[in-house]
Design a protein around this ligand. Sequence first.
Ligand code: PMP
Length: 404
Amino acid sequence: PPSRPGEDLRKDFPGLQNADGSPWHYLDTAATSQKPQAVIDAVTRAIGKDYATVHRGVYTRSAEMTLGYEAARRRVAAFIGGREDEIVFTRGATEAINLVAQSWGSANLQAGDRILLSVLEHHSNIVPWQLLRDRTGIEIDVCPLTEDGLIDLDAAERMLTPQHKLVAFAHVSNVLGSVLDVKRAAELAHSVGAKLLLDGCQAVPRLPVDVTALGCDFYAFSGHKLYGPTGVGALWTRKEILDAMPPWQGGGAMIDRVTFEKTSYAPAPQRFEAGTPAIVEAIGLAAACDYVAGIGLEAIHAHEARLVTQLREALRGMNDVTLFGPDQSAGIVSFAIRGVHPHDLGTILDEEDVAIRAGHHCAQPLMDRLGVDATARASFGLYSDEDDVAALLRGIERTKRIFG
Ligand code: PMP
């Protein structure tokens, strides 16, 4: 029978056990996911018996590695519904967004232009734009949230003007799990002639993503949150936009011809991949795409939604708990317990083999909006199950007893 999300799949993930073989209740998948054995094996092969460089070798092993690396690009493109010549491998979402800001942003934005972000953005979808603002004099506007923590698209509609050249929103919030209505966001952005960039870090592991159907212009995500290795991620951009973007980092592999007088550049996407790429990691990411596709994102999404409902209902029943974000959160639940700092909760839970995240989650403007300095965050993955929720709830009860 096909594997189902939850308990059935835990055996595929060596990272979900403690050293003595007991279960580790890992509820920090939004920070980074554990890796299935299939990814570990693909990485081991690529860095072991298959290992060689790409693009430059005249020997067979390097030619094969080049095929493997380009096959990984095809796999990643197919996973999100794009074309392979529209995928740039980056170190992760952070680098992908910096690439757009520095290359597309520098070439297309100037003083007087505006961009629209939202209150719930991760710092990696804020700071690159501030750096661009400092260089170019553009203005940054910030879209507010609705009461239940969604990006307020009615407000976006009122705020957008023909001066806006870009709207950059998280597809799924890493703190609240809020899912963006991308179709409407794309319509709003395009109605004033702006492009839409989506930070897809938390969406690609949790929802079926088809960039063509979504109607966005840029899509950024990290491999390590999609059950793949660290050090690799991708930027998807429409071909005509990518072709017109200037290089952003110079070096080997991104050139056509170099002389001291003048250098011409390789076509996209190679133009944006200076230096020896993360070959092993890209191949590992392709294996992760295979693994996740084999289970299916519809099933993963439904599974995480059940766990979210279970956890939110239990927490709602506790009168000293504040729940943040919408009920229809994609796999992520942020909360606060009156009289207990999230860091203390996290420390006590650790004694119970429960791992959550406590802090500002790289979203300090959102913390300011919520009126807290930190939240406790439990986030699920395709391997999470009811035992994880039960262990978390037991740990919360114990913490409350300790704090009286
Ligand atoms: N955006 C969101 C929504 C995220 O959750 C994260 C990772 N926490 C990032 C961007 C940055 O990803 P990375 O650190 O892998 O580049």
